[in-house]
Structures are given as C-alpha cells and as structure tokens.
Design a protein around this ligand. Structure first.
Ligand code: GLN
Length: 485
C-alpha cells in the first residue's frame, strides 16, 4: 500500500494504463491511508469514499476502453471552499455546516470530466481567512511533519493531505498566500496561477480581486498535470481570461540556461530565519549552476503589501460575505426575531471570530468618510506594487524569494496576536496584489527537521517558465521527495 500512495501521477498513469493496477485499488489504498491518519491530522472536513469508489470504477472502464487522459483514475482532494455537486461544502464555517453543493465548480467539473477520483473535501481556515488552519469551525489541521505545529493556511488541509499521501494532488485557493504558505510548511509544491488563468465559478468568494484556485502536489510535474486540467477560459467566470492553455507538462524541458532570475533585496531582509535564508540562497545557486543568471533587485513598495492587502481583502470580504444572512444559504438562527433580528442572530452565531474581525475591518474601510483614506488609498498603493514587478520583469524572467519568513510555527503560537499571524504572509501577498503566478516548492530542512520552501514568481500568464524552472530544480535535488512518516 505504501507503494501505491507514493506514486506520482506519471507513475500511476503508467501502471493504470498497463493494467498492473486498477483505479479502484489505487483509490482503496488512499481511502485506507485517510482512514488511518485522519484522526491524527484532521485534514478532511468530509470524506467521500462512496463517490470515490464509483468514480474509480468509471475510470477503470475508461482506461479499459483506451480513453484515459493524464488524470483519469487519479485520487484528488479538494479544498472545502470549492463546490462539488453532491458534497457538503462548508468553507470551514459553521454558517454553512449543512450546505450541500447543488452544482460543480468549473475546476471540479473539469477534473471530473478528466476522470479524477474525488476522495474528500479538505479542511481550511474559515472562508480562507487565516494562515494556520486554526480558524476552521471543524477543528484545526495538524502538520504531518510535527503534529504540534500548524500546516499553514488557509489551504492547510490541501497541503497536509498531499504531504501525508492521503491523495496524489489537491486543489487549494490562494488570496494572499494560501496555497504557497501551507505548501512551504508541509514540504510540498503549490502553484498560485495568474489572476484570470483559472475559473473561480463555484468557488466561495473571499476577496474577488485576489482569489485564485491552484494545484498542490508533491512535485512540479504533478502540479502541472492538474493545472493543465483546470486552467482556461470559462464563460461562467468573466474574470477568467481567454488565453490558450499551454501543455504545461511539455514545457518542463529541464533547461534553464540563460534564464534571468532576480532576487529582491526586501525579501532577504531582517526577520528572515537563518535556516530559511541559507536554504533559499542555496536554491538560487542551484539554478545558477544549471545555467540561470542571478541578480539582486529591489521591489521598493514591499513594506506596504500587508497593509494594502488587509484593506482590500477585508473590504471585498465584507461585501462578499453579506450574502450569508440566513435567507438563502446554510444556517438560519432567530427565525422568530423579525428580519433584522434573524440576520443578526444568524451572522453572530454562524461566523467565527476572525471572519467577524475582517467583516468589521472591511466595512469600516469602505464606509463613507473613510473610503478615500483607506480603500481608495490601498488601490493606489496596489498599483505601485504592481509597477515594481513590471519594472523588474522588463529585465528578468523570474523572481526568486523565500515563501515564508520561518518554517511552520507551533499550534497556538500566534492565535492571540492577529498582526503576527498576518505577517507570516509577507512574502506571498504581493504576487496576489499584482496578479502574478507564484510557485512554492521545498528546498531545505530546518534544524528541527521542518520543511523550508522557496518561491518563484513569474510574469502574467507565464506559468510555463515558473514551472520549467521549478521542475529543473527538482530534477537536480531531492527535497520534494522527502516525506513525513
Ligand atoms: N493568510 C492570508 C489571510 O489570512 C491569506 C489567505 C488566503 O490566501 N486565502 O487572508
């Protein structure tokens, strides 16, 4: 069994197509693994074993008829903020605790059409607000490398499940780092695609100008397979862009000669953990030894990224979350308290403390009299941040930086101090503000044996270069092959 749960997509594909294994056997191996480890890790909010078995049988029929693409018969997990018809979809909130998705998100529909096998819905921070998975109404998720530590967030379940081999790949969402930061904390590979690359139809909205869906896997190659399946224009999401979707796997040539890689000074400043600094610098040198060139650059508005993000993201969240008022979705409280009373009781009882904090912050930032000072100002600073990146990308192909300032922190360590929690996303937020693709991948191990990650940020819609460099690095190193027990 440990053999089956450790397969890459390509290895599984070869064995499935050669009929050495069936998708049902592969799926049973993952379901058994989930059964054995869910109690300890709490990675899933719901598991879907019956759906998984039915999909695996269907995949086996497709394989037998010679109609199997890369993902056919492959067990996947989906963050519980993404709708999958017939599954409970909670966004890790009590307010949606009995909400059953009436339709598929486009990303899920595309995975189903490709024959992927859905093993369950993964834990996350409530409405994707958080950096530690401690804001879930369904209990925290533990980091499989050290169960006293957080897996990161908000897609903590998605990263931890891949690291723990409960599924081969998973989907997460990334509004300010929620794919990349947990990927770094769990020693796996995660990509936030360019804003507009992947449809958000059927993805519960947090901050609509920032949210993107993306893949998490144990390798760049596995992530590239999943991206290929989910990317591309969707007429149901007007923010998805009608650019052709390249074959991301054939972009993985292993060749990075001549690639111009920029190292932003502001990302290597004080406050960066020594182990992380060393590991990330070694990763940069590795790319250099493969033929890339390295140069230091400046992204001068980096210091404003967190403040800018927490105005824009909270403002958008306050508006997006207005729809949870007890009339249409999920929980209703105070049915006998009049309309306003019902709204009030539903929202007071249904939302957790971090979500309430954000709604209040965002409502304040948008209110008449404060709008110009906060929200409008933040939009202007966002433009400056985007321009910083434009000017670097005029001369460079990629930006290389740490993913997080430290490895995974302890459970409870930052729960009383929201600002400290917000600061953990300092290196990931700017790519969201600028709409750029960002890939996080493992590059080292701390003195405590915890994974360390680095990040490659690319030009808009240039996921190919980002993935090519990440894959070249992984061909030459073995950090991504190390797994927790
Ligand atoms: N940790 C950040 C936040 O709490 C980012 C979350 C995300 O990307 N969804 O908002």
């Amino acid at each position: 069994m440990s053999d089956l749960i450790s397969l890459s997509i390509d290895e599984a594909r070869r064995r499935l197509d050669a009929r050495e294994i069936s998708s049902l056997e592969l799926t049973e191996a993952f379901l058994a693994r989930i059964e054995a480890t869910q109690g300890k890790l709490n990675t899933f909010i719901s598991t879907t074993p019956e759906m998984a078995r039915a999909q695996a049988e269907e995949a086996d029929r497709r394989i037998a008829s010679g109609d199997a693409g890369p993902l056919c018969g492959i067990p996947v997990g989906v963050k519980d903020i993404i709708l999958a018809r017939g599954t409970r979809t909670t966004a890790a909130s009590a307010i949606l605790k009995s909400y059953e998705a009436p339709y598929d998100a486009t990303v899920v529909a595309r995975m189903r059409a490709a024959g992927a096998v859905l093993v369950g819905k993964l834990n996350c921070d409530e409405f994707a607000m958080g950096s530690s998975n401690e804001n879930s109404a369904y209990g925290l998720t533990r980091n499989p490398w050290d169960t006293d530590r957080v897996p990161g967030g908000s897609s903590g379940g998605s990263a931890a499940a891949v690291a723990a081999r409960q599924c081969i790949v998973s989907l997460g969402t990334d509004t300010g780092g929620s794919i990349r930061q947990p990927a770094a904390f769990c020693g796996v590979t995660g990509l936030k695609p360019t804003y507009g690359r992947v449809s958000r139809y059927g993805v519960i909205a947090f901050a609509s100008s920032l949210d993107q869906v993306g893949p998490i896997g144990r390798s760049v190659r596995d992530a590239a397979h999943l991206l290929r399946t989910i990317a591309g224009h969707d007429r149901l999401d007007s923010t998805s862009v009608d650019n052709p979707v390249p074959d991301y796997c054939s972009a993985l040539t292993g060749d990075v000669r001549g690639l111009r890689v920029a190292l932003p000074r502001e990302y290597f400043a004080d406050g960066l953990d020594d182990d992380v600094r060393r590991a990330v610098q070694a990763a940069a040198q590795q790319l250099q030894s493969l033929g890339a060139t390295l140069e230091d650059v400046s992204l001068p508005h980096t210091e404003y990224a967190i403040a800018t993000y927490y105005l824009i993201a909270t403002a958008e969240a306050s508006s997006n979350l207005a729809r949870y008022d007890g009339t249409r979705y999920g929980v209703r409280l105070g049915n006998d308290s009049g309309l306003l009373g019902m709204y009030r009781k539903t929202r007071a009882g249904g939302f957790g403390p971090e979500v309430k904090r954000r709604i209040m912050l965002g409502t304040h930032a948008l209110s008449a009299g404060y709008y110009d000072a906060y929200y409008a100002k933040a939009q202007k600073v966002r433009t400056l941040i985007r321009r910083d990146f434009n000017s670097v990308f005029a001369n460079y192909d990629l930006i290389l930086a740490p993913t997080t300032p430290t490895p995974a922190f302890k459970i409870g360590e930052k729960t009383d101090d929201p600002l400290q929690m917000y600061l953990t996303d300092i290196f990931t937020i700017s790519a969201n503000l600028a709409g750029l693709p960002g890939l996080a991948l493992p590059c080292g191990s701390s003195a405590d044996g915890l994974p360390i990650g680095f990040q490659l940020i690319g030009k808009p819609f240039d996921e190919e270069t980002v993935l090519r460099a990440g894959d070249a690095y992984q061909r030459d190193t073995d950090w991504h092959t190390r797994l927790p027990q």
